[in-house]
Design a protein around this ligand. Structure first.
Ligand code: ZN
Length: 378
């Protein structure tokens, strides 16, 4: 994921931190620091344990406590993710990395294919249940502290920290179980649905539920003017959309090659052709891009995007070779069509020439892939 920095390794799994999470820690420390009295009252009310505030409110103490709690939350999220990874490993799913994001963490799985619901259910549940356990343990410690020490000021500080962490971990548990992608609850929902229907249908329903929750978050966020909730709504919405699109494609196209998807024979152009002529060809053929071939060899691609960059007058004099994209990405006919789809998405290109033994044998476009996907749905 873009904007992530590697901070270390646990059990050989790289731990990445996304910049949104780096914002959360100081923000949380600041919120706790400025609202120390209110927070202390809340914890006192939640646990029904009296808190001596003489040390909590003195000097820089509110900010120090804010930082300690924020770092505690960081470890809470990390433990949550590690729980997912342990269950994943036990089931033979490899984990590429753990990324800590604004709303928690994401464990990047190595498997590209659709997940097995039997594995996904325990894997998705492991994280939230671990958070609940951490929350209960921290809550238990709160009640032990007055027994351990007679120094009520120190006890007050410890009750504050563990009480707050207990609360945050229970929130982490509850929030992650909301049935919306990309949160764990979305995976739980899909795994449960997948017992009764094909996986791609389960994914589609889970994604719709996820989007619905995102919209609710967004509306509530706007009404109560909560920018945090609006940001989460965006994340959930985007997560739900990408997850369902990729899963649908992966499921429907898992056994399709570019060879059976491509258009063939393919119209090619010479490097010396004028741009005016290429535009004319685009208009008559309705193709928005052509491979450029010189002596039977593919040397580039020319697309409408390239042509649009050139002014009207220059189009009369310039040739294809002046503006074409050199060394385009190619695939052999045997390549899985999902590879073509991934390359197109990653590089934002609309078509890939298919090459065998150095010669161009066809071209695969986004439209070709969409058509095959539609036909596969029948
Ligand atoms: Zn999780």
């Amino acid at each position: 994921m873009k904007g992530s920095y590697r901070i270390g390794r646990i059990f050989g799994i790289p731990i990445l931190i996304h910049y949104t999470f780096l914002i959360v820690i100081p923000l949380l420390a600041w919120i706790i620091g400025t609202q120390i009295s209110l927070t202390t009252d809340t914890i006192q009310g939640l646990f029904q344990v009296p808190i001596d505030t003489s040390l909590i409110t003195v000097g820089f103490m509110p900010w120090i406590l804010g930082t300690v709690v924020a770092l505690g939350l960081f470890f809470g999220v990390l433990v949550h993710e590690i729980a997912h990874c342990i269950i994943a490993r036990k089931n033979g799913v490899k984990i590429q990395n753990i990324t800590l994001l604004i709303f928690g963490g994401v464990s990047q799985m190595e498997e590209e294919g659709a997940p097995d619901p039997k594995v996904e259910l325990p894997m998705a549940l492991a994280g939230p249940l671990t958070s609940l356990l951490v929350g209960i343990v921290c809550g238990g410690i709160v009640y032990f502290i007055p027994e351990m020490t007679t120094d009520t000021a120190t006890a007050g500080v410890l009750i504050f920290i563990f009480g707050y962490l207990s609360f945050l971990n229970v929130i982490l548990f509850a929030f992650n179980l909301i049935p919306a992608f990309p949160m764990d609850g979305g995976r739980v929902l899909r795994a449960v649905l997948a017992k009764r229907m094909p996986l791609h249908k389960a994914t589609r329903i889970a994604a719709i539920v996820g989007k619905a929750f995102a919209i609710i978050f967004g509306i509530v966020g706007i009404i109560f003017f909560n920018p945090f909730l609006i940001l989460i709504a965006f994340f959930v919405y985007i997560g739900a959309s990408t997850e369902s699109t990729m899963d649908q494609f992966t499921y429907l196209l898992h056994d399709v090659t570019v060879g059976t998807t491509m258009s063939s024979p393919v119209t090619v152009v010479a490097p010396t052709l004028t741009l005016a002529k290429v535009i004319e060809m685009m208009l008559t053929s309705k193709h928005l891009g052509f491979p450029v071939v010189d002596q039977d060899k593919l040397i580039g691609m020319i697309t409408l995007v390239d042509v649009n960059r050139i002014s009207q007058t220059d189009r009369e004099t310039m040739q294809v070779r002046n503006i074409m994209t050199h060394d385009p990405v190619t695939l052999p006919p045997s390549a899985p069509v999902m590879d073509a789809f991934r390359i197109m998405s990653a590089r934002n290109i609309g078509r890939i020439p298919i090459v065998q033994d150095g010669r161009i044998v066809g071209i695969v476009t986004r439209t070709d892939i969409l058509k095959v996907t539609e036909l596969k749905k029948i």
